[in-house]
Design a protein around this ligand. Structure first.
Ligand code: HEM
Ligand SMILES: [Cu+2]
Length: 589
């Protein structure tokens, strides 16, 4: 039995990595608990069901909610998953234990600084606040330690990526001719995308927001900080999703009792995300003045291309799950669905998360369309959309995945499968209420990000149902979601406190039905894909950025004009790129 255990438990084979992963999960789950509590307060406050805070403090809650959930919970968790996936798939420990702990420490310090700045807003005597929402662009201004914390957090993620690249390099030395193992491939492509896209937000934070909040510069160009934010703010969506995809591609088929349908297809999907996820951020700025309509149109077209890898994923993952069901004796066109292991919370949670993602994809297409976006822009529709995507597809996959992953890094058995099952179903039902009602409220024109979504002498109307009913659904859904998080944390806590078990979980991942041999080697050429991704970014962003800097009063906005040399340089870049474009168009046409 002892051998069976050491073959299967990750913690026995990689004790140091398991320690790092436990730490990242712990931070993620603490953030999840606090963030979900803030979410409950908001949901009850803005629907006027129970009000425990002053409306003036709503932004503090909302900033805490957004930052702790959409940045801290997701990214700490995915760092744990990537650390696991890298060690597991390359079958080697990280190069330096100290280095791994260094990035965990840096990310954690950054998180604490930013959180202190946010919560400081609740204690006026501290003279500190960061009510800038998780999008943190100017003209809203936070206390400097908020931005400094953010910068440390981002640098921490860069080091984490370096950790995985170092493992890969060492592996490559010993395995010159082999294909990159699939999970490592997914980690590396995701991190390349992250490096390319966080460059924008790092520039914004380090060169503009920190000096501005410290009073070193008088003003910033708000449109520039917004654009740099969204340059990163769209790819971060894929930074959330790609770890979920990693689990859907490599873990879900196994849980379903089968094997991944196609390894090459999975690689294509990740390469497509690397190429396409950055040059689209302007689709968050359809209503920003100061950016020409043509650039917005290009961003919209690029966005629509992004549907392709998501549809490929839907196809591959469903095919793999169906294969699993048929291995278990499932038959018929749809009857095979009944043969799936629905009592396993890890499987059911991920499957429900995937189903919700389909709905989120539809509302996302509406957001992406330049003309219909105007209808729902800045309404409650938008939080409705991303609670389906990041709030369910990603967060629920992470929670469900924990039921399978946590036992591997702690060496203990999951405390309760029935509670886990109840928890994932509660999340699904809570989100059906909250998110569906948010979408409908948005269509009725109810704004997002406000504690007081009602106006005097004005009644919002809905085509079916009533505003009252929407409010009830949001409050009810929010309450179910919060209770679901409580159950989750309870289950995980008792799991990690449990007795060491002989075989905590069956960790074996079967080979794909169609392996990497079938795919062209060029897919593994990471340097080439990085080059193309960077080129696409240059094409998509040079002209809009030049325009924003010129029309927005220079790099630093109204206060400091751009020096004439910079301005002339920009003119030059603008002209060169325009003529390059024209030549290109000439060639194509
Ligand atoms: C207990 C579960 C949750 C509840 C009750 C909840 C509730 C809410 C509500 C009511 C809002 C809208 C506030 C407004 O616009 O006035 C909101 C915003 C938001 N939520 Fe959640 N949510 C939950 C979970 C999550 C999760 C898991 C994530 C991401 C991983 C998330 C990310 C966000 C973000 C990014 C915003 C927007 C913040 C902003 O506009 O700056 N939420 N949430
Ligand atoms: Cu986007």
């Amino acid at each position: 039995m002892a051998t069976a255990r050491s073959e299967h438990a990750f913690v026995d084979k990689f004790p140091d990595e398991a320690g790092v992963i436990k730490a990242t999960f712990l931070v993620a789950f603490v953030a999840l608990g606090i963030g979900a509590f803030f979410g409950l307060i908001q949901a009850l406050h803005r629907t006027n069901v129970v009000r425990v805070i002053d409306s003036a403090d709503y932004y503090t809650m909302l900033t805490g909610h957004g930052v702790l959930l959409a940045i801290v919970f997701t990214i700490f968790f995915l760092c744990g998953v990537f650390h696991w996936a890298t060690a597991r798939s390359l079958d080697r420990p990280a190069e330096s234990k100290l280095f791994s702990w260094a990035w965990v420490g840096l990310m954690l310090t950054g998180t604490i600084l930013a959180t202190v700045a946010i919560l400081g807003g609740l204690v006026p005597s501290l003279g500190m606040s960061a009510d800038v929402l998780f999008t943190f662009y100017a003209p809203l201004q936070a206390h400097p330690i908020f931005y400094i914390g953010l910068a440390m957090f981002i640098v921490g993620t860069w080091l984490a990526g370096a950790d995985w690249f170092l493992s890969y390099r060492a592996w490559r030395k010993d395995n010159a001719d082999e294909r990159i193992p699939l999970q490592a491939f997914m980690v590396l492509t995701t991190m390349i995308m992250w490096y390319i896209s966080t460059l924008g937000v790092a520039v914004s934070v380090v060169f503009f927001l920190i000096p501005w909040s410290l009073g070193l510069i008088e003003s910033v160009n708000p449109l520039l900080t917004r654009t740099l934010f969204w340059y990163f703010g769209h790819p971060i969506v894929y930074f959330w999703l790609m770890p979920a995809y990693l689990m859907w591609y490599t873990v879900l088929p196994k849980l379903a009792g089968g094997r991944l349908f196609s390894d090459p297809l999975a690689r294509v999907v990740f390469v497509l995300f690397l190429l396409l996820s950055t040059p689209v951020g302007i689709h968050h700025q359809y209503l920003d003045p100061g950016i020409a309509e043509g650039f917005k149109f290009i961003a919209m077209t690029n966005t629509m291309f992004l549907l392709l890898p998501s549809l490929l994923t839907a196809f591959t993952v469903v095919a793999s799950v169906e294969h699993g069901a048929r291995q278990r004796g499932g038959e018929g066109y749809l009857r095979w669905l009944g043969a799936l292991p629905w009592r396993d919370p890890a499987f059911t949670g991920m499957a429900l998360a995937g189903a919700m993602f389909a709905a989120g994809g539809f509302s996302g297409m509406i957001n992406a369309g330049m003309n219909i976006n105007y209808l729902i822009h800045n309404t409650l529709w938008v939080p409705g959309h991303f609670h389906l995507t990041v709030g369910t597809a990603v967060a629920l996959t992470m929670m469900a995945g924990s039921y399978w992953l946590v036992p591997q890094v702690t060496g203990t058995k999951l405390y309760s499968r029935p509670i886990g099952l109840l928890q994932v179903i509660m999340w699904f039902v809570g989100m059906v209420f909250m998110s569906n009602a948010m979408h409908r409220a948005g269509l009725a024109g109810i704004p997002r990000r406000t504690a007081e979504p009602q106006y005097q002498n004005f009644e919002f109307l809905t085509p079916i149902g009533s505003i009252f009913e929407l409010r009830v659904q949001i409050a009810l859904g929010g309450t179910l979601l919060f209770l679901s998080v409580v159950l989750f944390l309870f289950n995980i806590l008792l799991t990690s406190l449990g007795e060491e078990s002989e075989r905590p979980v069956d960790a074996y991942l079967p080979e794909p039905l169609s392996g990497p041999e079938g795919s062209p080697r060029i897919l593994d050429n990471l340097a080439m894909w990085t080059g193309i991704a960077a080129l696409l970014v240059v094409l998509a962003y040079t002209l809009p950025l030049a325009g924003i800097i010129q029309n927005g009063g220079g790099l630093f906005g109204g206060g400091l004009p751009v020096p004439a040399t910079v301005s002339a340089g920009l003119d030059f870049v603008l002209m060169t790129v325009t003529s390059a474009f024209n030549t290109l168009l000439g060639v194509v046409a």
